[in-house]
Each structure stands twice: as C-alpha cells, then as structure tokens.
Design a protein around this ligand. Structure first.
Ligand code: MSP
Length: 650
C-alpha cells in the first residue's frame, strides 16, 4: 500500500487559533481523507511550536510558566480540531520528549560533521521575530519583515553552514519542478537564491532566552526556534530510530511527504529546511506547497493585526462541514482569498443549500412518491439525456483524484459541483413528474435510478470535505457500506431495492443577519445616562428556572485586564481593555467604588463574550465582567488556577 505523509506547520502556542490556522489544518485533513479514499496509508501530522521568545513573552504576560501557557493553548487547538472533525495521526508538541531527543541528535550529528560552528555575531536583530538581519536587509532601522525597530547586538552564537549547500539547493530545485509549488513560489525561491546565502544562526544564549532545547555540545545555549520546529516533521515518522524496519517505513513515507504551509513561511521551508535535511543526510520530501492568505479588507488576517475571526464561534454557528466546505471551496489553492461573512453565506447557499440540497430532496422525494421509497431497477438506458449525463460523469472520480494529486483542490471540488449542476439540469430536461403523469414508468425509473446513483457518487467524492453530511446523504440513499476506494470508483453502488429515506434538510439556507446575530455582531446604543451596574440589568425574577440551552447561550471566556482607567467625570465607571485570547475587548464596568484601576491591571477575570455591545456614557462596551455583590461590596470573579486568556468556560 502506498504510504502518504501530509503535514501542517506547527502553530505558535503564543495565541489562540484563528481562521488561517483552521484553513491549513482543514486543508491537510481534506487531502489526507482524499488519499485514504484513494486507498493509501496516510499519516497526517499537525501540532504546536512551543519554544522561543514569542511563547515565552506570551506566557510572561499571562503570568504563568511557558509550559503551563502552552498546555492551555494546546487544549484550545485540539478542541478546535475536534470541532472541525480533523483526524490527525499525531499532534506533535516541540516540548514532547521524543522530539527533544531527535533535535539534539540532529544537532550533535551536524556538530560532529563540522556543519555547525561558533562565531561572534555582530549585527541587527529583530526581537519579536527572533531574526538576525544584515545591514542591507533593514529598512530605515526597521525589520524588513514586520516593520518593527531592530536592535544592534554583538554575541557569540552557533551557526549552521547553510551557504555550503546553496548550489546544491539551486540544482535540486531546478531538477525537481514539483518540489516547491505552486511554480511561482519556486521562481521566488530561485530568485532569492541568486544572492549569496548566509549561514544560519541556530542558537540563542540562555541568558537571553532559556525557553528552548539545550544544545547538546554547549549547555549555555538553546536552539533557535526554527531549527527545533522544522525537525518535528521527521521526529513524527521515526527519523533516527535504530530498528531497520521502521527506518524503511520512514523512507517509504518520507518520499511521499507533502508539507502544506502558508506563503509567510516559504523561505524557512524551501531554503533552511532542505539544506538542513541535506546536511543531516536525509532525502528531500516530495513537495512543499505554499498556499495564499485569507485577507480581511486586503490585509492578512492574523492575531497581530487584530482582525482575526474566531474560528470556534464560526464552527459553533455553522457546524464543521459547512465551515470546511467554505474554506476549501472559496480559496483557489495557492492564491489569496478574501474572507467575509457575506461571501460565506452566498457560497454555502449556492453550492450546498441550492444545488446539492435541492438535488437530494428532489430525488428522494420522487422515489418516495413514485416508487414507495425503494430504488427502482433500470436494466437498459434509453433516454438520450441519461446517456449524456452518464457519459459526462463516467470519469468523475478519476478527474477528482487527478486534481487532488496535483493539489488542485478547488478544481477537484468544482468537478463534483459541475456534476451536481448537470444532475439538476438532467431532472429539468427529463421532467420525471411528467413521465409519472403519462405512465412512462420505465423511463421514470431510469431517471431516478441514474440520479440516485450519481448522488451517491457525489456523497462519496465529497466525503473528505463534508464527512458528516456525506454520510447522511449516503444513509438517506440506503447505502450503509463503507466509503472507500471501491465505492469511489464503482459506477452504481446502490443496489436495486435500496430503501430511500427523506433526509432532514441537510443544508438549511443561511441568512446573513441570523449568522451575524449568532456570532454576536451588530451594535446598539444605550442612551441611559445613569446606567445601573451592568450586573443588575434585565435580571430574571428570583425563582425563574432556565434550561441548559438557555444557559448555553451565554458564552463566557477567561480574560486578562490589560489596561484600566477611570471614566472621565464618573465615580462609578472604569474603562477596561480585556485580552480574551484572540482579541481585545473594551469593557465599561460599574465597579469604580470597589476597585482602583491599579488593582485590576493584569487580573484574570471572567467575561461574557456574546453580550450585545452597548455604548455607556459615550464609551463602547463589548462584554461584561462577572462579579459577586452582597449589596455592600463587590468582588470580581477570577480563576482558582491560572489559565490563559481566551480559555472558554463551560
Ligand atoms: N511556528 C511557525 C511554523 C513552524 S513549521 C515548522 C509558524 N506558526 S504560525 O502560528 O504563525 O502559523 C503560520 C501558519 O498559519 C501559516 O503558514 C499558515 O499555514 C497559517 N496562517 C496564518 N495566518 C494565515 C492567513 N491569514 N491565511 C491563511 N493561512 C495563514 O509560523
């Protein structure tokens, strides 16, 4: 059985997951499932990148140890992946013991080989990005990557002799056109390699940063985060293991490895990583594929810009399948795509509610009305329209897999969509309701048989993207069998006599306004000049019983107060900024009588996340913090044990 290996970047554990992360991971999951459907043995790797300055800083801000901070973030990533129906083979953490061992083995081997050396470094350093820059790289004293100021530093460090592999890398990329994809990214890297390549600084002195893997040959230093992170890809499938059987296993998988990355991390993957692998004596992975960015208002979506969309809220509102479908279908793999709720609603309504949902309900309803819910037999094809449709869709699965293997996922999905549209047109053209009226039962049976078989094929071929709904489609068509290579390549998988059930509306139409409401958007003005403390507003009478569903509507989240000040001309109100993981909320709290701003700064609190935003005394308030109140005094609710901002409360 062919072995396939697919990876996502390991995400920094300094912040909560956002849509960009969700996209790459869903993409890897969809491709993994397609390869499984094609009969391959798949290993799908994702995880978190936990060492380095960024994570150490985020942990310090939250007032917890880096490991504790990472544990909290990992739980959030894993929870989101579960919600999105992601089936990874391993979730690797760079703090995992086996990974640390492999990193040290790799470093030791390069050290012994003379590919790592110590030298005095003098130059520019961007602290937030953890990158050294040369004089010619920096722009007006700023980092060319992030635009923040760089600092001049001098320190002894260890370097990887990357320059020694420059010519080899150029030759390799030229001889292996599929290695870096899409081709324009390959050209970009070849362009980059026209300039001389510097050696790579791979260490940080512990006195400056202790959160990392110690160098095996100098315990005053830790490994640079990228060197540590990239090695995750080979740790997970058993590099450097002694047993020869697993070494063979490693080779068989490694030669079919596909690294999915965003274009932001192309250089590290297409330059650092291949030269490191070469120096360590490993072959190259098959492909490094860089996809584009999700943009909001033309800007990259991400935590640093503060325009990140909370993927968890979106999956809660849409369900895993619709979210997966939107992400996969809306982005042409390789290019940037704009994210907007309006585009999302339109895409899902068109493709899923109208085309696919409509086709399924038409076919199942008619089989019910005309054949008592049992798939009729069809021995010969007589209708010209049937012949046309069969011919058009005969090679559907081959075309889909061909596109998937070339990483043209949008084209693969479009093949299936085109088949659905053709099937809807087929029904329009053959008008089965007329055939029923005129008593042409055999032709009627033929049309419904052909339609149902095609729908089943659509269910199978869409199963990597919308696994739950695909199963529901197949169930309603009476197919209880496996979704596997056999099913994917067999023309008529539904046996005559299959029991057809009418499905529940699988893809109800979405209304933009409803979705916005579910996500807590939309603002209202409160004109109340003298607001009561927020905790008293609209309280239900004592004794009111609520259901678990009522309670579930209230979304609570852990927040950290990052700024606090008195509201001008008010002895009651404080103006707070609260970090809730993926964003910062402005909150007006009526607790100035009991708390000074200084006391609140840095406090971990509990915030109602989905409260209708309001304007109080001209100040925006986007949430409410929880506090206990006995009539005399007020006590702000906090956590018993430290958990990072953004942790949810259930
Ligand atoms: N830790 C490194 C990767 C090490 S891999 C050996 C890192 N982490 S990250 O948390 O910043 O994640 C970057 C990845 O997240 C991108 O490469 C991409 O896969 C995904 N995305 C982040 N923002 C994105 C968009 N706005 N759009 C699409 N994907 C983006 O870099």
């Amino acid at each position: 059985m062919e072995k396939f290996f697919i990876t996502t970047p390991i995400y920094y554990a300094n912040g909560a997951p956002h849509i960009g992360h969700a996209y790459t991971t869903a993409l890897a999951d969809v491709l993994a499932r397609f390869h499984e459907l094609a009969g391959e043995n798949v290993f799908f790797l994702t995880g978190t990148d936990e060492h380095g300055q960024k994570v150490a800083d985020a942990a310090a801000l939250a007032g917890v140890s880096p490991k504790t901070h990472c544990d909290g973030m990992v739980a959030r990533f894993m929870h989101l992946w579960q919600m999105l129906d992601i089936r990874y083979s391993r979730f690797i953490r760079t703090t995992d013991e086996d990974h640390k061992i492999i990193v040290r083995k790799a470093l030791q081997s390069l050290w012994e080989k003379g590919d790592i050396y110590k030298a005095e470094y003098e130059g520019w350093y961007c602290t937030p990005d953890e990158r050294f820059w040369t004089e010619k790289d920096i722009i007006d004293g700023k980092c060319p990557d992030c635009g923040r100021p760089v600092a001049q530093i001098t320190e002894a460090n260890y370097f990887f002799r990357m320059s020694a592999y420059q010519q080899w890398l150029i030759d390799y990329i030229e001889q292996n056109p599929d290695f870096i994809q899409p081709s324009y990214r390959r050209n970009e890297i070849l362009g980059f390699l026209r300039k001389p390549l510097n050696d790579l600084c791979i260490s940080r002195p512990k006195k400056r940063l202790s959160w990392g893997i110690e160098l095996p040959f100098d315990n005053d230093y830790v490994t640079y985060v990228w060197f540590d992170a990239l090695i995750n890809y080979i740790t997970a499938i058993g590099a450097y293991t002694d047993q020869s059987s697993s070494a063979t296993d490693f080779d068989a998988r490694w030669k079919n490895a596909v690294h999915l990355i965003g274009k932001d991390i192309l250089t590290t993957h297409a330059v650092y990583w291949p030269t490191m692998l070469r120096a360590m004596g490993f072959a190259m992975p098959k492909t490094i594929f860089a996809h584009g960015w999700w943009l909001v208002d033309e800007k990259k979506m991400g935590k640093s810009l503060g325009n990140a969309v909370d993927p968890q809220a979106l999956v809660e509102a849409l369900g895993a399948d619709r979210m997966r479908y939107f992400l996969m279908r809306e982005m042409v793999l390789g290019h940037d795509a704009s994210y907007s709720l309006a585009a999302l609603v339109q895409r899902l309504n068109n493709d899923l509610a109208n085309d696919l949902g409509n086709m399924l309900s038409r076919v199942t309803n008619m089989i019910h009305s005309y054949f008592a819910g049992v798939l009729p037999a069809c021995d010969t094809i007589r209708h010209e329209e049937s012949r046309k449709l069969i011919e058009q869709t005969e090679k559907l699965h081959e075309r889909v897999f061909e596109n998937v293997h070339q990483l043209k996922l949008h084209a693969a999905l479009e093949e299936v969509n085109a088949a659905i549209r053709a099937a809807n047109a087929y029904i329009e053209n053959t008008q089965p309701w007329k055939l029923a009226k005129s008593g042409e039962t055999e032709l009627l049976a033929e049309v419904l048989y052909v339609s149902a078989q095609l729908l089943a094929k659509v269910g199978i071929l869409f199963s990597p993207v919308i696994p739950q709904k695909a199963r529901a489609i197949l169930d309603s068509l009476g197919y209880a069998g496996k979704i596997d290579t056999y099913a994917a390549s067999t023309a008529n998988i539904l046996p005559v006599g299959s029991k057809i059930t009418k499905p529940e509306a699988l893809f109800p139409r979405l209304e933009l306004a409803d979705l916005e409401k579910a996500l807590g958007f939309g603002k209202t003005e409160t004109t109340d000049k003298n607001p009561k403390p927020q905790s008293h507003q609209g309280e239900a009478p004592e004794g009111t019983i609520i259901t678990i569903d009522d309670f579930a509507k209230v979304k609570l989240v852990v927040g950290t107060i990052t700024t606090a000040e008195r509201a001008p001309k008010s002895d009651k109100l404080l103006l707070l900024k609260v970090n809730i993981g993926c964003e910062t909320r402005e909150v007006v709290a009526g607790i100035a009588k009991w708390y000074s701003p200084e006391e609140l700064l840095g406090k971990t609190i509990i915030l109602v996340r989905n409260l209708q935003p309001a304007t109080i005394r001209g100040f925006k308030s986007e949430g409410m913090l929880l506090a206990a109140d006995n009539g005399d005094t007020v006590s702000v609710l906090t956590l018993d044990r430290p958990l990072p901002a953004g942790s949810s409360i259930r």
